[in-house]
Ligand binder design. Structure first.
Ligand SMILES: Cc1ncc(COP(=O)(O)O)c(C=O)c1O
Length: 420
C-alpha cells in the first residue's frame, strides 16, 4: 500500500541524475510500473483511472500495437533513405484521412519537430518570417517552438506576435480578432510580414476553447489576406478527440495549409507527422532537403499504421462522440451544483472545468482537486493561463462506466473546496 514519503529516495535520485528542469505531476508523485487500457498501475498494484493521457489513444500498451512494433523491430529497423514499403503504406493510409489538397506526409518523432518543420515550410512558401500564436499556446521544445510557448521566459524573437486566445468566458470574439489585426499590422510594420498563423485547434494550453467556426474562419482569412498560411496543430485535438470529425480543423470548418500531428499518432511510440500541400513542400524543397534519422522508420511506420487500423476497427471516433456526450452531460450536472465551477468547456473526450472564486481564477482549488483525485485513484491535471482549469482528456477507449467513476470522484473532491 502507498505510504507518503516512500517515493522520496527516488525523487532525490531523479533530481540528482536528471537535474532541475524536469517537473513531476502531483504533490505525491506517482511511481507507475504498468499500463493497461485506461488504467495506470503503481508499484503496489494500485490501479488509477487515467482520465488525463491522450498519448495512449487506443489505451495503454495496446496489444495489437505492441505486437506490430515487436514484429517489425525483429525484422528490420533503419532510416528513411532506403526503399521500404511500410512508410509508403502508412503515408497512403494516413493521407486518406485528410482533404485531398493535403497530399504529402513528412515524418518526425515529436510534435515539436512537426511544428518546427511546418514553420520552415511556411517561411519557404511565403517568403515571410512572422509567426502568430496565442498567448499561452504550447507548441514544443525546439529552438523556434519553445519561444512560441506562453511559458517561455526571456526575450522572444521579434518575429513572434502573440494574440489573446478566443476565451469567450473572459472576453469576446472581437478582442480575439482585433488581436489578430494588431499582430498582422505589427509584423507588417517591422518588415517581417506574416508567414504563418499556428494554432492548437482546441487552444488546449490557453485553457481549452472552441470558438465558433465563423470566428476561427475570420482569423484564418485575415492571415491569408496578409500572405500567410494557416498551420493547424492537431497534436491535442486530432484523432477525433473532440468527438466531431477526425480533426479540430474539420470541426471548425477550416481548410488548413499544413497540419501537425504527434502524441496519440503512435499510441506511445515517438512518432509525428507534418501533413502538407505539395506546392508548399515543393517551395521548401527547392533550396533544402529533409532528413530525419528516426522519423518514419519501419518500426514507427507499422506502429502508426496499426494505430489507424485499430482506431477504425473499434470505431473510436464514434466512442469519442457518444462517451464524450455522456461525459459532458455528467459534468454539466456537476457544474449546476458547484458554484466554484465558473465554466465548462470542450467537446468529445476533452473537457475543461474552470474553477473560480467569485469570478477570479482559483488556482489553489484546481491544485487541491487534482491532488485529491489522485489520492482517490483518478488522474486528471490542470491547465490555462492561471492554471485553474481542470483538464480531462482520457484515452479514446474511455467508456461510460469510466465516466461514472471519474465524475463521482470529481464530485467528492469539489465538495472539499466548496465547504467553507
Ligand atoms: C498542441 C501541442 N503541440 C505540440 C506539442 C509538442 O509535442 P512533443 O511534446 O511531442 O514535442 C505539444 C505537447 O504537449 C502540444 O500539446
Amino acid at each position: 500500500m502507498f505510504r507518503s514519503g516512500d517515493n522520496q529516495p527516488m525523487i532525490q535520485r531523479r533530481q540528482r541524475l536528471l537535474g532541475s528542469a524536469y517537473r513531476l505531476f502531483y504533490d505525491e508523485p506517482l511511481h507507475v510500473v504498468r499500463g493497461e487500457d485506461v488504467w495506470l498501475i503503481d508499484r503496489d498494484g494500485r490501479r488509477y483511472l487515467d482520465a488525463y493521457n491522450n498519448v495512449p489513444l487506443l489505451g495503454h500498451c495496446r496489444p495489437e500495437v505492441v505486437s506490430a512494433m515487436s514484429r517489425q523491430a525483429g525484422e528490420l529497423n533503419t532510416h528513411s533513405r532506403y526503399l521500404h514499403e511500410a512508410i509508403l503504406d502508412y503515408a497512403e493510409h494516413l493521407l486518406g484521412w485528410f482533404p485531398d489538397v493535403l497530399d504529402r506526409a513528412v515524418f518526425g518523432c515529436s510534435g515539436s519537430e512537426a511544428n518546427e518543420f511546418a514553420l520552415r515550410v511556411a517561411r519557404a512558401c511565403t517568403g515571410k518570417r512572422g509567426v502568430l500564436v496565442t498567448e499561452c499556446a504550447y507548441h514544443g521544445t525546439g529552438f523556434i517552438t519553445s519561444q512560441l510557448n506562453g511559458s517561455f521566459h526571456g526575450q522572444r524573437e521579434s518575429w513572434i506576435a502573440t494574440v489573446p486566445a478566443p476565451d469567450f468566458y473572459r472576453s469576446n470574439p472581437e478582442s480575439f480578432l482585433a488581436g489578430i489585426d494588431r499582430a498582422i499590422e505589427g509584423l507588417r510594420r517591422s518588415g517581417y510580414g506574416v508567414a504563418a498563423l499556428l494554432l492548437d485547434t482546441a487552444f488546449t494550453s490557453d485553457g481549452i476553447h472552441l470558438p465558433p467556426p465563423e470566428v476561427f474562419g475570420a482569423a484564418v482569412d485575415k492571415v491569408r489576406a496578409a500572405g500567410g498560411v494557416f498551420i493547424a496543430d492537431e497534436v491535442q485535438a486530432g484523432f477525433a478527440r473532440l468527438g466531431e470529425g477526425l480533426w479540430g480543423f474539420q470541426r471548425a470548418g477550416l481548410a488548413p495549409d499544413l497540419v501537425t500531428l504527434g502524441k496519440p499518432i503512435g499510441n506511445g511510440h515517438p512518432l509525428a507527422a507534418t501533413i502538407v500541400r505539395h506546392q508548399h513542400l515543393d517551395a521548401f524543397s527547392r533550396d533544402a532537403h529533409y532528413f530525419n534519422t528516426f522519423g518514419g522508420n519501419p518500426v514507427s511506420a507499422v506502429v502508426g499504421r496499426m494505430v489507424l487500423e485499430v482506431f477504425e476497427q473499434e470505431k473510436l471516433a464514434d466512442n469519442a462522440r457518444s462517451t464524450g456526450r455522456y461525459l459532458h452531460q455528467q459534468l454539466a450536472q456537476l457544474a449546476d451544483r458547484h458554484v466554484r465551477i465558473g465554466d465548462l468547456r470542450g467537446a468529445g473526450l476533452m473537457a475543461a472545468l474552470e474553477l473560480v472564486d467569485g469570478n477570479a481564477p482559483d488556482q489553489a482549488a484546481a491544485h487541491q482537486v487534482v491532488n485529491a483525485m489522485r489520492q482517490r485513484g483518478v488522474l486528471i491535471s490542470s491547465e490555462g493561463p492561471s492554471d485553474n482549469v481542470l483538464k480531462i482528456r482520457p484515452p479514446l477507449t474511455f467508456r461510460e462506466t469510466h465516466v461514472d467513476q471519474l465524475v463521482a470522484v470529481l464530485g467528492e473532491c469539489l465538495a472539499l473546496i466548496s465547504s467553507p
